[in-house]
Design a protein around this ligand. Structure first.
Ligand code: UD1
Ligand code: CA
Length: 455
């Protein structure tokens, strides 16, 4: 059997009150619809069409690289109308899974159950339902006396009695593709919202004598549709919990999952310990045996093995193995630390390479610099990299020792094994093996005797 999927994602998401299309709002670092695509692929379906409309360029751009087909729904006339737009893109002989782009909690296993059920029951259409304690806002499943599906009624069209029904339409379906597209052409807009409801296709198929079934799921966490930012925050909590759990199952210690925020895209190696109050975002990878946090915020960085980072901010940086960072360090974009580097308290590093074994232990700013191996930077050292117009480079060769409170006025190069005296302002290059001191002689001036007020 060949499978296809259509994801409906043309709607604006009015209830989000946002400029951005709803399906692009991010949950644990990834757009909502990304999770739906991931679930479909996990279920083994790779022929995927996305129906786009609102903000379509942005949606297509965000999902480029996922190998999807896009079809456009110019006017958002309802979910049934949205699926109609995909007719040319789906093989009529295929089994078709239809999903909404706003159900990010869905996982591959639930789609697989839908497909298995379709295979066993040999029916034309299946709708996935679920029992929700608070069904408000969802379409309700109206069953016949014999338990079979009669129809689905939307919240806005439902009578007070129908609103009491707790069994809801998840908006996830499995169809025989040819049959559903044939039936879609017969939808009308006779409902409160004046829309073509996809849900109305089920009674049409039934009246034509086709088998239509309801599959009830008890995995309530999988089915929530996100219509506003409150529901989005609830989904975020669930997705983060799942990712934390997966990390823990793979050998990462997350000491306090409830205070730890790790994006879905983050990879972490075995025996790494994440201390409380830590945020790790974006395309970040962390190796084995690290200790991260407490109070550390990292995004889009790569971190090797055996690295310790305490109470620090790390932003688009690259850190090799056995480095020791913080507390209170700030690594900015293009900071690159090679093996065994120490970066201590109140040190800021930007766009600089710090060679293996080098140390910047306290109170320094290092920007646009290249440090060789085993360089030692004394407390309070500043690279003066900016002249008001341009940024300039500082080069410190292997084993350079910078005395405390040195100003390195770039562009400047210090040759290997050289030193600067504490408090020097270095404006000229220093050759290798040289001590440079730039300091006025210390003078001692005798204080005047205080005059006696009685005199
Ligand atoms: C829909 C179902 C409802 C179900 C709920 C599950 C219908 C009529 N109702 O309601 O029974 O309980 O999902 O979450 O199907 N979309 C388009 N084009 C449109 C309209 C919508 O692409 O013209 C897309 C939206 O972008 C969204 C999805 O379809 O991703 C669902 O639309 P939405 O407006 O959220 O439907 P609900 O009111 O939640
Ligand atoms: Ca919805």
């Amino acid at each position: 059997m060949k499978y296809s999927a259509v994801i409906l994602a043309a709607g604006k998401g009015v209830r989000m009150h946002s400029q951005m299309p709803k399906v692009l709002h991010r949950i644990a670092g990834k757009p909502m619809i990304w999770y739906v695509v991931k679930a479909v692929k996990e279920a083994g379906i790779d022929d995927i069409t996305v129906v786009v409309g609102h903000g379509r360029e942005l949606v297509e751009e965000t999902l480029s690289g996922e190998n999807l087909h896009f079809v456009v729904q110019e006017q958002q006339l309802g979910t049934g109308h949205a699926l109609m737009q995909a007719q040319g893109s789906v093989n009529p002989d295929h089994t078709l899974v239809v999903l909404a782009g706003d159900t990010p909690l869905l996982e591959g296993k639930t789609i697989k159950k839908l497909l298995d059920f379709h295979r066993q029951q040999q029916v034309r259409a299946i709708v996935l339902s679920g029992l929700l304690p608070d069904p408000y806002g969802y379409g309700r499943i109206i069953r016949q006396a014999d338990g079979g599906l009669e129809r689905i009624v939307e919240e806005k069209d439902a009578s007070p009695d129908e609103k009491k029904i707790a069994e809801i339409n998840t908006g996830m379906y499995c169809f025989q593709a040819g049959a559903v597209f044939a039936a879609l052409s017969r939808l009308d807009r006779s409902n409160v919202q004046g829309e073509y409801y996809l849900t109305d296709v089920l009674p049409i198929l039934k009246n034509d004598g086709h088998q239509v079934a309801v599959l009830a799921t008890d995995e309530i966490d999988q089915i929530h549709g996100i219509n506003d930012r409150v529901q989005m925050a609830q989904a975020e909590a669930i997705i983060r919990q799942r990712h934390n759990r997966e990390l823990m199952k793979n050998g990462v210690t997350v000491m306090a999952p409830e205070t730890t925020f790790i994006d879905s895209s983050v990879k972490i190696g075995m025996d790494t310990v994440i201390y409380p109050f830590t945020i790790i975002e974006g395309e970040t990878s962390i190796g084995q045996n690290c200790t991260i946090g407490p109070y550390t915020h990292i995004n889009d960085s790569s971190i090797g093995n055996d690295v310790a980072i305490e109470s620090s901010r790390v932003k688009e940086a690259r850190i090799s193995n056995h480095c020791n960072i913080g507390p209170f360090a700030y690594l900015r974009p293009e900071a690159e630390l090679q093996d065994n580097v120490k970066v201590g308290d109140f040190v800021e590093i930007k766009k600089s390479i710090i060679g293996a074994g080098s140390k910047i232990p306290h109170l320094s700013y290092v920007g646009d610099a290249i440090l060789g191996k085993q360089v030692n930077i004394g407390a309070g050292t500043i690279t003066c990299n900016y002249d008001g117009k341009k940024k300039h480079r500082t080069i410190l060769e292997d084993r350079v020792f910078i005395g405390s409170n040195t100003n390195l006025v770039a562009p400047v190069t210090i040759g290997e094994d050289s030193m600067t005296g504490a408090g020097s302002t270095i404006t000229r290059d220093i050759p290798a093996n040289t001590l440079a001191v730039e300091r006025a002689e210390q003078r001692h001036i005798r204080k005047m005797r205080k005059s006696n007020p009685g005199e």
